[in-house]
Design a protein around this ligand. Structure first.
Ligand SMILES: [Zn+2]
Length: 395
């Protein structure tokens, strides 16, 4: 068993070895290697090594209180400071090539940002590495380093780093699970998921992956990594108890607070299909999503179409969802039009009304998206209403 397990981990690693080939983002510029070492259940030692001295790292906007509460800087003369809305690691005195800090488990799910950790019931953890990345100040001015990551788990722990394209941030896994590799995906599912939910995940995730791949005619450069964590169920009394997050080649789903209930099965199927749609909305070359109602409503529309095409949802379920989305749209807009709603960051309307816009086209949504992902402007602007209408047969 041990040998088979090692072989499977080795294969998974080989398949997902980080690519060094794509260094477009940082031509001969500065490079940064960060080693994440899990030193105990709740603590990671995070060690930066830069190819040239830096005097500060601009980490971008605060992630709730994650960095101020859960990080401890160990390198002397380095401080975490807040400048305007951004957080920075600032070096007092001579510039340095190494910075070491500790990151502790953090359980808040920040709004409109990636959760720092998705926790598994066996104390595995999926950690978002993007919160450690940033531009650096050097003698040549502000530079974007090419980041590379090294993962070290505790003894008897596996680690998994999804394939990164260019300088993309990722969630990395540390824990006892062996990734399950199917024809279409790599899955790490929490062993503590309720059985009905685990069965549902096993049933729909691979089927949806092949539905998207064949309907959109996209061969992804690597199998998407799907991580589903349920370690925070029953621990926190957050009303909002599930969060999904998609990156280019992976998506995460985390449950916290109240346990998922069977009558949420349909919502969960849609959520999983929605997050997976985002992965297929970003074939190579497409980095930005663009206008929220176009891609979020689009992801809901793709999700519903894929669920139906894969035989998971009936036509009746699709019609009920569409009817509900139209009613939600009306309510979410509250008298605004969609452009106004967009300008006011009305995300609810982006989903419900975006979905309704696709439903109104009367076109098969997966066929439509097969055209949209190939539109020449998609790589430049992300998805826009213009790209959507240019992809319709009559416009
Ligand atoms: Zn989404």
């Amino acid at each position: 068993m041990k040998t088979l397990k090692s072989l499977m981990i080795f294969l998974a690693m080989l398949w997902f070895a980080p690519s060094n080939a794509n260094t477009d983002d940082a031509e001969a510029g500065i490079t940064a290697e960060i080693t994440f070492t899990r030193t105990s259940k709740n603590i990671w030692r995070v060690s930066y090594k830069f190819s040239a001295p830096v005097s500060a790292i601009d980490l971008g906007p605060a992630v709730a209180s994650y960095r101020t509460e859960a990080w401890t800087v160990l390198t002397p003369n380095v401080q975490l400071v807040s400048d305007h809305d951004n957080e920075r690691l600032v070096i007092e005195g001579a510039a340095v090539t190494e910075i070491v800090l500790e990151a502790h488990r953090y359980t808040v799910m920040p709004e409109a940002n990636y959760m720092p950790f998705a926790w598994f019931s066996d104390n595995g953890a999926s950690m978002y590495l993007g919160h450690f990345m940033g531009d650096v100040e050097t003698t040549d001015g502000l530079q974007t380093p090419q980041y590379d990551f090294i993962l070290q788990g505790r003894s008897n722990e596996n680690t998994l780093m999804p394939l990164r394209e260019g300088n993309e941030p990722v969630f990395a896994y540390f824990g006892p699970q062996v990734p399950v590799v199917t024809d279409s995906i790599v899955l790490i599912a929490d062993p503590g998921l309720p059985t009905w939910l685990r069965d549902m995940v096993d049933e729909i995730v691979p089927v949806l992956a092949s539905t998207y791949a064949s309907a959109l005619q996209i061969q992804l450069p690597s199998k998407p990594v799907v991580m589903i964590a349920a370690g925070d169920i029953d621990i926190f009394s957050q009303a909002k108890h599930m969060k999904g997050g998609a990156l280019k080649r992976q998506f995460n789903l985390a449950f916290a607070g109240l346990p998922p209930k069977r009558d949420e099965k349909e919502d969960l199927q849609k959520l999983i299909a929605h997050e997976m749609a985002h992965v297929w909305q970003r074939p190579e070359g497409i980095n930005d999503f663009g206008v929220p109602w176009v891609y979020e409503g689009g992801a809901d529309a793709m999700a519903v179409a894929a669920l139906q095409q894969a035989g998971i949802w009936t036509g009746e379920q699709v019609r009920a969802f569409s009817k509900d989305a139209a009613a939600r749209c009306e309510k979410d807009l509250g008298g605004m039009d969609l452009d106004e709603a967009e300008a006011n960051n009305n995300w609810a309307a982006a989903y419900s009304c975006g979905y309704a816009m696709y439903a109104q086209t009367g076109m098969d949504v997966l066929t439509l998206w097969a055209l949209m992902v190939r539109h020449p402007d998609a790589a430049k602007t992300g998805y826009t209403p213009e790209i959507l209408s240019a992809s319709l047969p009559i416009h």
